[in-house]
Design a protein around this ligand. Structure first.
Ligand code: C2E
Ligand code: MG
Ligand code: MG
Length: 736
């Protein structure tokens, strides 16, 4: 009612109409003619009314509603002024208002009044000046609007709260029209799109689907789902930012309808899930890729291979699988550390990627094993050429952590459909071909042939035979003497194991030591070698031979095994041998793998008088200066460097450098695998101390060795080089 009255008053003022005169007259009548209807109108009016003397502010008359509203009796009212129903702090406002002395109907105004019980109420006052009993009075209607005010305040607070939530929400909140026009959005929504404010976005975007969605049809799909089901929850959507970069949000969407059921707008929330999406992508990437190199892993490779095979079958095409394994990578890892090895694998991965076409797949499937799939192959020549190309890429010098290094790889190839109809068989056969390449001396490419599978089976059989070999006493030792170049004297002998296989004849160590190492059998076998060599030494000494130490090869696994020193001590004691009668041959990679562990063991062995040699020197990538730290006695230059010393400048230079390094570090240098006079004179000229090789003697069975020792002692130990014809070749050796 008050609002309607307000509106009327406002309209009157705007149209220039003054409050009609009858209003004042009627009001006067109300008060002055108690007997007329107007008096009744005043008395029983549900709105509290009174008149007061404008000069004294005293109440002149009050109606029933006023008595109820304020809690005073009529006589109490008539003894008060209008100031008495005001809270004290409002009095200055009251006096200022009265001082304005306006005439006619006044605009409604809001005041706070105090009731008799002290409670404060909100009232809307409408008043009019009147003449009453000759006094200037003011007729007042005071409508209690406390409840309305409270409701308005609550609504205002709710509105404020909603705005605070809307504006400060961390998730985006939006409303858009069915045609995609944004109607209202909060700051978070604008910011996630790269706009500084909601206003900026609203000014620029007229169609969210077309301008913000990476796939506009997705917006149509969501709107249809919300319209059909009322609500869409947790939908993932890819959107554009202002700068056209993409991001992901999770949307909840609701269709809002009018009373006729027509959808008038959509509203919802949008949460930025870009980080979560990135994490998910990372997880799924890792499930299908190798974390180190970023290449596909075996799972993804298999998947792509199956898809490619299906295509190849349809189109009647060929397809090749290459299995690549780096040569001697374990040595690199062991001697130069895993971080070096990792870096190297990354470079290998990059080179492989560069070698193949876009449509081919390169995968890392194990430590240093890679699979490559080549599609659109017409015959075996294509993959062979590709493999050769890869081999030359791998042969280029690697520079890792400022160090230069050369390596090579072995590659096996299988071709669909000749070497297998399905992915698993193709991979297995490429693996067998790779293995065969390794067996043939590494750094080779081999195309699969069916007999390779039988070789793989043979390898497995060998492992199970090896388990029984120790108990069956199938192992025996041969001894290869070492000769001092300057004097021609025998300066020692190396114990080398042989396996007398029940059906295969004598198996050379190169064929079973790697299997023994990977299966752990090297531990009992190594212990047996050590015991046998030491007890043989005791026998020879008992027989009166004054011979130099026997060298025993030690595998990394044995050396690292706890109690290795105790074992040496025990075996020496069992055979009553002095430590100086035993030499242990260790590899470079074994020494460098863990210097902290290695040092104390070496010190303990030295303490027993045992001498130490580094075997196969030059193949382990160790820095030469490293050697100083280890208290070794001997360097044995690997056979691969000696083979061509007389003819290859490189090998000659390496061998010469190792000899001079050894001398400068006060180590004895032995050349392994010396077979000819040319090598011998090269070594003599460079000052190499000793040789071990067929030129002097092949490895000998015990009896042959005894014979050699007898002769040497009879000759006063001055034997010519190359004078011993080996009694039999390694393959012909029978157990002595
Ligand atoms: P290695 O310790 O470097 O032994 C030297 C190898 O070179 C021996 O091969 C020997 O027969 C061969 N050799 C010596 N002179 C010549 C030569 O003039 N020309 C050629 N072509 N070869 C020559 P073998 O006996 O076949 O042993 C191969 C490897 O097997 C050894 O290399 C050693 O690493 C390992 N091995 C042998 N016996 C044992 C053992 O008891 N324990 C362990 N852990 N490894 C052993
Ligand atoms: Mg050796
Ligand atoms: Mg060697």
């Amino acid at each position: 009612m008050a609002a309607a009255r307000n509106a009327t008053m406002k309209a009157m003022e705007e149209s220039g109409i003054e409050a009609p005169a009858w209003t004042a007259e009627r009001a006067a009548e109300v008060v002055q003619r108690p007997d007329c209807d107007y008096r009744l109108f005043f008395e029983s009016n549900p709105v509290a009314m009174w008149a007061f003397d404008r000069r004294t502010l005293r109440f002149l008359t009050v109606n029933q509603a006023a008595l109820r509203q304020y809690g005073y009796s009529e006589s109490e009212f008539l003894g008060m002024t209008i100031a008495d129903i005001r809270p004290e702090e409002m009095l200055p406002d009251l006096y200022m208002d009265l001082a304005r002395r306006r005439h006619g109907l006044q605009y409604p105004s809001l005041w706070k009044h105090r009731r008799k019980d002290g409670t404060i109420i909100d009232v809307e006052i409408v008043c009019h000046d009147v003449q009453m009993q000759g006094t200037e009075a003011m007729l007042v209607a005071a409508h209690d609007v406390t409840e309305r005010q409270r409701a308005q305040e609550a609504a205002r607070q709710a509105e404020e709260k909603y705005h605070a939530i809307f504006d400060n929400a961390v998730i985006g909140i939006f409303q858009h029209a069915p045609d995609g026009r944004p109607i209202s959005i909060n700051r978070a929504f604008a910011q996630m799109h790269g706009y500084a404010s909601a206003e900026e976005l609203l000014a620029e975007i007229t169609n969210a689907g077309a301008q913000l969605f990476v796939h506009p049809e997705r917006m149509v799909e969501l709107a249809e789902a919300a319209a059909a089901g009322g609500i869409v929850r947790c939908a993932e959507v890819e959107l554009y930012r202002k700068d056209r970069s993409r991001f992901w949000v999770m949307v909840n969407l609701r269709a809002v309808r009018d009373e006729t059921g027509k959808v008038v707008l959509f509203e919802g929330t949008a949460e930025d899930i870009t980080h979560r999406k990135a994490a998910e992508a990372q997880v799924s990437f890792l499930a299908y890729h190798d974390a180190l190199t970023g290449l596909p892993n075996r799972v993804l490779f298999r998947d792509r291979l199956e898809t490619a095979l299906a295509g190849a079958r349809r189109r009647n095409e060929r397809l090749a699988v290459l299995f690549l394994d780096l040569d001697r990578f374990k040595n690199i890892n062991d001697s130069l550390g895993h971080s070096f090895g990792d870096r190297m694998l990354k470079v290998v991965a990059e080179r492989l990627r560069e070698c193949v076409r876009e449509q081919d797949t390169v995968a890392r499937v194990g430590g240093d094993e890679f699979l490559i799939m080549l599609g659109g192959v017409s015959d075996a020549a294509g993959p062979m050429a590709a493999a050769q190309h890869i081999m030359s890429a791998m042969a280029k010098t690697f520079v890792v952590h400022g160090r230069t290094l050369n390596t090579s790889c072995s590659i096996g190839i299988s071709v669909f459909p000749e070497h297998g109809e399905d992915g698993e068989t193709l991979i297995k056969n490429a693996d067998a071909a790779m293995y065969s390449a390794k067996e043939d001396g590494s750094s080779r490419v081999r195309l699969f042939a069916s007999e390779m599978n039988s070789r793989a089976v043979a390898r497995l059989t060998l492992e199970s035979d090896l388990r029984a070999a120790l108990d069956a006493k199938e192992f025996f030792l041969v001894y290869q003497p070492l000769m001092e170049i300057a004097s021609g004297r025998i300066t020692g002998m190396e114990a080398l194991i042989r396996w007398q296989h029940p059906t295969k004849g004598v198996v050379p160590p190169g064929n079973f030591i790697p299997i023994a190492e990977s299966s752990g059998l090297i531990l009992p076998i190594g212990e047996w070698v050590l015991r046998s060599a030491c007890s043989q030494m005791r026998e020879w000494q008992n027989g009166g031979h004054r011979i130099a130490p026997v060298s025993v090869n030690v595998s990394a696994l044995q050396f690292r095994r706890e109690g290795f020193c105790s074992l040496i001590r025990k075996v020496l004691a069992e055979s009553s041998l002095q430590g100086r009668c035993l030499e242990l041959e260790l590899t470079e990679s074994l020494l460098l793998s863990n210097a902290d562990v290695v040092h104390p063991i070496l010190a303990e062995l030295k303490g027993m008088g045992v001498s130490l040699a580094i075997d196969d020197f030059g193949t382990g990538y160790s820095s030469l200066s490293y050697l100083k730290q280890f208290r070794v006695d001997k360097l044995k230059i690997d056979r691969s460097f000696i083979r061509d010393i007389a003819t290859s400048d490189d090998d000659g230079a390496i061998a010469a450098a190792i000899i001079s390094l050894g001398r400068s570090l006060n180590l004895r240098v032995v050349a392994e695998g010396v077979e000819g006079e040319a090598q011998m004179s090269f070594l003599r000229e460079r000052g190499c101390d000793e040789i071990q090789g067929y030129l002097f003697s092949k490895p000998l069975a015990v009896s042959a060795m005894e014979k050699l020792l007898d002769e040497a002692e009879a000759d006063g130990i001055s034997r010519r080089c190359g004078c011993i014809d080996p009694p039999f070749s390694t393959e012909q050796i029978i157990r002595s």
